[in-house]
Design a protein around this ligand. Structure first.
Ligand code: ZN
Ligand code: MN
Length: 482
């Protein structure tokens, strides 16, 4: 029997605020001593009143708008009741039936077996909630760090619109880019700022019914997301074939990264099990629609549209456009360099190869290094104007700019790197190289064109890379003919 997989994702992303969702504790506890960022509110002491973080709500709304969601006139918070040792309150403050946003979508372009495909994934809702603490299991017991508890989260719930691990991963990557573009979340998976729950079911091809699903909890990398979904799809197919039908009910499973397998955790709880009720300590929230309109206007051009514009209007290669549009700061850097040089080809090549090599090695972003867009444009303009060669610009000059933060012009002047375009000077060197290499001259005359490149290389070497290579090429040919 042929099966089709049906996949929906819940994405939890940490909202990038200074303080927590309902108290004034510091929101940055990654890699810090445990339990330093806590107070009676986020520790769930009796009688403590939560106060909603306005900035978290605003950032949530900005993200929701970028995901094409509608923002209702008002929303409310609810208690989701469950017991777990990482939750000091005994409940999570979340949103149930009246979330801050509903009904959006994300357009995703992804590569499937070497072909680009388009997919629109519906976004059911983005709602706001607080995070639990962090448990660490050690020999002899379990440790708990409450610094994380009360961290502001947005949960982005998709429609079951994906049908493969590749599609789910492409959607998740697009959401990551989008929440970063609007500065709502750093979405750094290594720091636990973004994680996924994936719902997976299968059905015979041609049916549109939804069968009981497995919810895979807490996937914390794209690799885990893809691996877990692929594994779960094939596990369910085997089960179906063996038992002659779908799973009996919904289940919750975990993912074992080392074994590359999902494992059964429990039968899935329904929302009734959580005894949701309105959070009595936080009044319903009216959302100023004028503010929403203002936020809408402030959404930057989003990554998929930027990428398309780079390809269609500027003529960039797909891969180059994808890299440059993946991060808003990088995209704006690129656009500024193009504006100041009028040379998108060189801008792409200097940024994507030379600069990105350093950024990748050092794991930093474009605004965390010394070569500003203006300086990069200055460097490219020197090449354009024939002042220095491409190789020198990308090598010695850029490296020094990167280390010292000096402008290209300063470096070229200090080191006397100006390209020589004086054909009289170059011709002298060409002649002596030709005289010293009779064998190469023979080779060229007998049709081995590659030997010309060899002579050009010798001239360039002799002139320490400062000769204009086009002029060298022309003069070698001229002198051989003559
Ligand atoms: Zn607190
Ligand atoms: Mn949640």
């Amino acid at each position: 029997m042929e099966f089709e997989a049906v996949i929906g994702l819940e994405i939890h992303a940490q909202i990038s605020t200074e303080t927590k969702m309902f108290c004034r504790c510091n929101n940055d506890s990654f890699d810090k001593e445990p339990n330093i960022n806590t107070c009676p509110v986020c520790m769930g002491f009796p009688g403590q009143l939560p106060v909603l973080n306005k900035n978290a709500v605003e950032k949530g709304i900005r993200a929701a708008l970028a995901l094409n969601c509608k923002i209702p006139e008002y929303c409310k918070f609810d208690r989701k009741n469950y017991f777990y040792p990482d939750s000091p309150k005994g409940f999570q403050i979340s949103q149930f039936d009246e979330p801050v946003s509903i009904d959006g979508y994300v357009d995703v372009e992804y590569l499937d077996n070497g072909k680009f495909r388009d997919l629109r994934v519906g976004v059911t809702r983005l709602h706001l909630e607080d995070d639990a603490g962090k448990l660490t299991h050690v020999s002899g017991g379990t440790l708990v760090d409450f610094s994380r508890s009360g961290t502001p989260l947005m949960e982005i719930v998709s429609e079951p619109d994906m049908h493969s691990a590749v599609e789910a991963s492409a959607y998740a990557r697009e959401v990551q880019k989008i929440v970063r573009y609007v500065d709502s979340s750093e979405a750094d998976m290594e720091k636990g700022m973004m994680r996924f729950d994936a719902s997976v079911s299968i059905r015979p091809v041609g049916e549109d019914k939804l069968y009981p699903r497995a919810e895979i909890k807490n996937l914390n990398s794209f690799k885990a997301l893809e691996g877990a979904i692929s594994y779960e799809i094939s596990r369910q197919k085997k089960e179906w074939e063996k038992s002659g039908g779908p799973m009996k009910g919904q289940i919750t499973v975990g993912w074992n990264d080392e074994k590359g397998e999902t494992f059964f955790m429990r039968d899935k709880e329904e929302s009734d099990d959580y005894r949701y009720f309105p959070e009595p300590d936080i009044p319903p929230l009216e959302i100023d629609q004028k503010m929403v309109e203002k936020f809408k206007k402030e959404i930057p051009e989003l990554p998929n549209l930027k990428k398309r514009r780079y390809v269609e209007e500027m003529g960039l290669l797909d891969d180059d456009a994808r890299i440059l549009s993946s991060d808003l700061k990088l995209a704006l850097y690129f656009e500024e360099v193009v504006a100041k040089t009028g040379d998108f080809k060189r801008a792409v090549s200097f940024i994507n190869t030379v600069l990105m090599k350093h950024l990748r090695e050092e794991l930093i972003s474009v605004d965390e290094q010394k070569v500003s867009a203006e300086m990069m444009a200055g460097l490219i303009n020197l090449v354009k104007d024939g002042e220095i060669s491409n190789n020198l610009a990308k090598g010695e000059v850029f490296e020094e700019m990167y280390v010292d933060g000096k402008s290209a012009k300063e470096i070229v002047e200090e080191k006397g790197l100006k390209q020589v375009s004086d054909s009289g000077v170059i011709e002298e060197v060409c002649k002596s190289v030709i005289d010293a290499n009779p064998q190469s001259v023979e080779d060229i005359k007998s049709g081995k064109d590659r030997a010309i490149g060899f002579l050009v290389g010798l001239v360039m070497k002799e002139m320490k890379g400062q000769a204009n290579p086009q002029i060298v090429n022309d003069l070698i040919k001229k002198n051989l003919e003559g």
